[in-house]
Design a protein around this ligand. Structure first.
Ligand code: ATP
Length: 671
């Protein structure tokens, strides 16, 4: 559209003259936004005849202004240069002002800058409306939008020679942070100039946003790098070709070798999960894979997560892993299956117990297999845990399995694990056996004398080869396990009876720790009584301040077939039955109180009846009484052996033995 600028300017000038002289305007002679601006300037008493801008910052103030806005100036400057290139030689100048109207930066031909300086259009001058009347910077800031002010539209006469196109620069929150302006001679006024300024101010706003986002990304990235570097899992990043591009210190530590640049399939055994991770962006978790470290192969629990672009295309993946023994020991810690006892938890001053501890301490220092023998309840498991905790493997897992408690058919799968589909009911994905779980640590095989013969052969092979093969599988898995066995049977007798393999016995019995029964070390009863009383009353939150005289004598005379476990149970019952924080003789279990003397106590539990008719009669009635007690307890606990054992203060195995001795079957007890 062609605009007759000269004619238009004559009309504007007349309107301006009228307004300045009378304060009135003929409707339609001037744009509303200019008329409103003139009105604001009039109200603010801006002098239309002023010759220059009077509000200018001193040198220090200008320095402060520029340093406070240096990021903005740095971003805007290249755009100002580009803008200036378009108008160079045409007497235009490019101006950047802050949101209070102070000019921070300006670019132009020397001559134009000189002319501008005559009006104090210089860095540090303030171009708000209320200072210098209607103008590009001030009116754009007031209206919060781009404006073009030409010739007589300016409120002050001295600016009528200029045309100004100004556009605000917004931050992310929609607030004005600056104004960009292009000023030149009035006769060169053109609407396109405003378009150029608007485009440049928008580009600056975009650049500020990009810079802020980059800064946020940089922060996020540095936080992620910190996490990546410090997580306790091994972490690896692979690219689309499965090549490792990054690895964290834990990964290096676990595998002990250089990883960056290697193919993931050369670090872990090849698995279709890695392919699917990259080609189908399919994550996986807790996959058991063999890893090839500098110290040989080790089993790891591996999880993978794809890294994708926003369109879903793969950009590699991140892989987390941990050696299985570490995972297991963590799991043990949480499930309470870890070894908690140490040698100083073993109470006793008798020669027998001190000798046993001495051998066990020596055993802890090396890696040979250990056989612990002792009656039920003598503390075989405490010894096993203490050996583990004093050994160099203390950081590794301590895994226990009771060979008598597991059903015959399950022992093999418990010990060696199985693969998926190995048998009906086998878990998906298979299951590692205790040998694998204990790798790097200690495997405690309790009641080894009860292990079925066929499993003894497999166990022997594993001990010789230090490798297991899961049931139904063919993969050979290296295991690094220290074996501690315990038995309450005389294994030499079991060998004679062909119940136990001689070759296995010699492999297990490298170091023998023999724990004497409690009846052979009555001097320990006092110590154990004090220790257990304190422990139990604390656990039950039942303080005991007085123990009736005589109790300890009774305990000393008793035969303790259930050893320390039985003593523990007796004390627990007495603490529960205490009267006014006193343990009274009355609270002694009838078995101990009634038998009173050592000889009768022995008859009951050793089944070694004396020749004396009276004591034999007493013994018989005690035996019958005990038989009846077991039957009654089985009935009241629906055949639950553990509950019966707990109530009688005996181990489950002792109860089983007594049931066999008294010829009681579980079902019979319900008759
Ligand atoms: N010397 C001891 N000092 C302190 N507590 C002991 C001692 N000996 C055994 N105990 C305690 O007696 C209980 C039985 O011990 P443990 O289970 O180690 O016996 P065990 O010989 O392994 O029994 P079983 O053969 O029936 O499995 C545990 O509660 C243990 O804390």
């Amino acid at each position: 559209m062609f605009i007759d600028i000269k004619h238009e300017q004559i009309c504007f000038f007349k309107a301006w003259e009228q307004f300045i002289a009378t304060g009135e305007l003929n409707p339609g002679t001037i744009r509303t936004e200019i008329a409103d601006s003139w009105q604001r300037c009039y109200t603010a008493q801006v002098d239309p005849w002023a010759d220059i801008c009077h509000d200018i910052l001193n040198t220090q103030q200008l320095k402060d202004l520029r340093s406070q806005n240096h990021e903005l100036i740095d971003i805007a400057h290249p755009f100002m240069v580009r803008l200036y290139k378009f108008v160079a030689g045409s007497q235009f100048i490019v101006i950047l002002a802050d949101n209070r109207g102070f000019i921070m930066d300006l670019l132009g031909d020397d001559e134009t800058l000189f002319n501008a300086a005559q009006l104090n259009l210089v860095a540090g001058s303030n171009w708000m409306e209320e200072k210098v009347g209607t103008n590009g910077v001030g009116t754009s800031l007031k209206l919060k939008k781009p404006v073009q002010i030409s010739g007589s539209e300016h409120y002050c006469r001295y600016a009528h020679r200029w045309t100004c196109s100004a556009a605000p620069i917004f931050n992310d929150d929609g607030q004005i942070i600056a104004v960009l302006q292009l000023s030149g001679p009035m006769q060169s006024a053109h609407l396109h100039t405003l378009g150029m300024v608007v485009a440049a101010s928008e580009a600056i706003s975009d650049q500020i946003r990009v810079k802020r986002q980059n800064e946020e990304l940089r922060l996020l990235n540095s936080r992620l790098i910190d996490i990546f570097q410090t997580v306790s899992d091994g972490a690896i990043i692979i690219d689309n070709r499965a090549i490792i591009t990054e690895s964290n210190p834990t990964a290096q530590q676990i595998l002990g070798r250089q990883l960056v640049g290697c193919n993931i399939n050369d670090v872990f055994e090849p698995s279709r999960q890695f392919d699917e991770l990259l080609w189908a962006s399919r994550a996986f978790a807790d996959l058991e894979l063999q890893a090839y470290g500098s110290r040989g192969a080790l089993y790891c629990l591996v999880s993978g997560k794809p890294i994708t672009y926003s369109d879903g295309k793969s950009n590699g993946a991140v892989i987390f892993f941990n050696p299985i023994h570490k995972v297991r020991s963590l799991a043990n810690r949480f499930s309470g299956a870890e070894a908690t006892f140490h040698f100083n938890d073993i109470i006793g001053q008798s020669e027998g117990i001190r000798a046993a501890i001495q051998v066990a301490v020596k055993a802890a220092a090396n890696t040979s297999n250990v056989l612990i023998s002792g009656e039920s309840g003598t503390g075989k498991e405490i010894f096993a845990q203490s050996i583990h905790n004093a050994s160099p493997r203390r950081e590794g897992p301590f895994i226990a399995i009771n060979c008598a408690a597991s059903p015959r058919e399950l022992i093999a799968s418990e010990l060696f694990g199985y693969v998926e589909g190995a048998f009906t009911g086998a878990r998906r994905g298979g299951r590692p056996g205790k040998f694998e779980m204990a790798s790097g640590g200690t495997l405690f095989l309790d009641e080894i004398g009860d292990m079925p013969l066929d499993q003894q052969a497999t166990l022997l092979r594993v001990l010789q080869e230090k490798k297991v093969t899961r049931i139904g599988g063919d993969k050979v898995i290296p295991v690094d396990v220290r074996i501690i066995c315990a038995t309450n049977k005389n294994l030499l007798e079991e060998i004679e009876k062909h119940n136990f393999r001689q070759d296995l016995f010699y492999r297990l019995n490298v170091i023998l720790v023999s724990i004497p029964p409690l009846r052979e070390r009555p001097e320990d009863i006092d110590l154990l009584f004090n220790y257990l009383l304190q422990k139990i009353s604390k656990r039950l939150n039942t303080p005991v301040v007085y123990v009736e005289p005589g109790i300890k004598e009774y305990l000393q005379k008793y035969n303790w077939p259930g050893n320390v476990r039985e003593l523990e149970n007796v004390i627990e019952k007495m603490v529960i039955l205490n009267n006014n924080q006193t343990l009274s003789l009355k609270s002694l279990p009838s078995g101990i109180a009634a038998l009173g003397s050592a000889s009768t106590a022995n008859t009951v539990y050793t089944n070694n009846l004396s020749n004396n008719t009276n004591s034999r009669a007493e013994g018989m009635s005690a035996l019958l009484a005990e038989r009846q007690t077991i039957i009654d307890l089985l009935k009241s606990h629906n055949g639950n052996i553990s509950k019966v054992a707990r109530e009688m203060g005996l181990s489950r195995n002792t109860v089983y033995r007594k049931m066999a001795f008294y010829d009681i079957s579980r079902t019979q007890s319900f008759d």
